[in-house]
Write a protein that binds this ligand. Structure first.
Ligand SMILES: [Fe+2]
Ligand SMILES: [Fe+2]
Length: 290
């Protein structure tokens, strides 16, 4: 049987080598820095946050749409940004801003790979929802960062698509032909996989270490004891099973009892999560529309 090198230790040099082949990787939009500063400031108010994002129409529109989504289930229809922020809260606004900022860096409607990038975005958004719901049931994970972790878990695929352009399709084709996990083929072909690339990007952009570790570990649940990495592994399997979006992976997702047990989750928790995600499916599709 073929052995796969799981170690990330050699990856940074290889990523650096790949990065040198392109002009530049996207930088994170400046609005993100502003929003992170405000949401981390205990004295900041909803008004401060409103001022920071009101000049960014896509983010403002998503915040308002989120406040009106069945995910929150508010009775009243929200039409203005200030009410939306106070209803959904700082953390939700932070999550939306980071998610949109990150994906806007990679979204190119004219690219021949845009359909694939959009399918990964939908997959990622759905994994964020599932991770958030699972974290409500698990006593092993903090809930607040779960949505964002899910949203970012496959960001390395965006990096690799940006770096390799259409050549990334060959990796997907080999993965389809061999019925092998994409990350295994990435390792065979590139010497690193999208979890290395994603963790590297998260680190380069200065995202909190929690996300760097979880993104790095999201395929290796058996050996990885990081609770957030395990949660993302499970959320990813759930969404692949439900067939929402497409991360490109051809392998049949199998959810082991050991993974559930490590997160202190029961079969009922899992069934309830699937039901909740199913109920939010239309919202997830709408919200993830670039
Ligand atoms: Fe992945
Ligand atoms: Fe994934």
């Amino acid at each position: 049987m073929q052995t796969i090198d799981h170690s990330p230790h050699h990856a940074p040099d290889k990523i650096k080598f790949l990065v040198e082949k392109i002009d530049r990787l996207p930088t994170l939009p400046s609005i993100l820095g502003k929003v992170l500063t405000i949401t981390d400031d205990p004295d900041a108010t909803a008004k401060d946050l409103e001022k920071a994002i009101i000049h960014d129409p896509p983010i403002s529109a998503k915040v308002i749409a989120f406040a009106n989504s069945p995910y929150y289930g508010f009775q009243r229809h929200v039409v203005d940004l200030a009410s939306a922020i106070s209803l959904i809260g700082f953390n939700a606004v932070k999550n939306i801003t980071i998610g949109l900022s990150v994906f806007s860096c990679f979204h190119d409607p004219y690219s021949p790979l845009s359909t694939r990038v959009n399918a990964i975005y939908l997959h990622s958004f759905a994994v964020g929802f599932a991770a958030d719901r699972l974290a409500r049931f698990s006593r092993r994970c903090e809930r607040e960062p779960a949505f964002l972790g899910g949203l970012l878990h496959d960001i390395g695929k965006m990096v690799l698509i940006k770096l390799l352009d259409l050549n990334y399709n060959s990796i997907l084709e080999i993965s389809q032909d061999k019925r092998a996990e994409i990350w295994q083929i990435e390792r065979e072909v590139l010497g690193l996989d999208h979890s290395d690339a994603g963790a590297w990007l998260a680190k380069t952009w200065g995202l909190p270490e929690l996300f760097v570790k979880a993104i790095q570990g999201h395929h290796l649940s058996g050996e990885n004891t990081d609770p957030m990495a395990r949660l993302l592994t499970l959320a990813d399997l759930v969404i692949r099973k439900m067939g929402i979006g497409n991360g490109g992976n051809p392998c049949e997702p199998v959810i082991g009892d050991d993974l559930l047990g490590a997160l202190a989750l029961t079969g009922n928790d899992l069934a309830e999560t699937i039901r909740m995600v199913e109920d939010s499916k239309a919202t997830i599709v709408e919200m993830s529309h670039p």
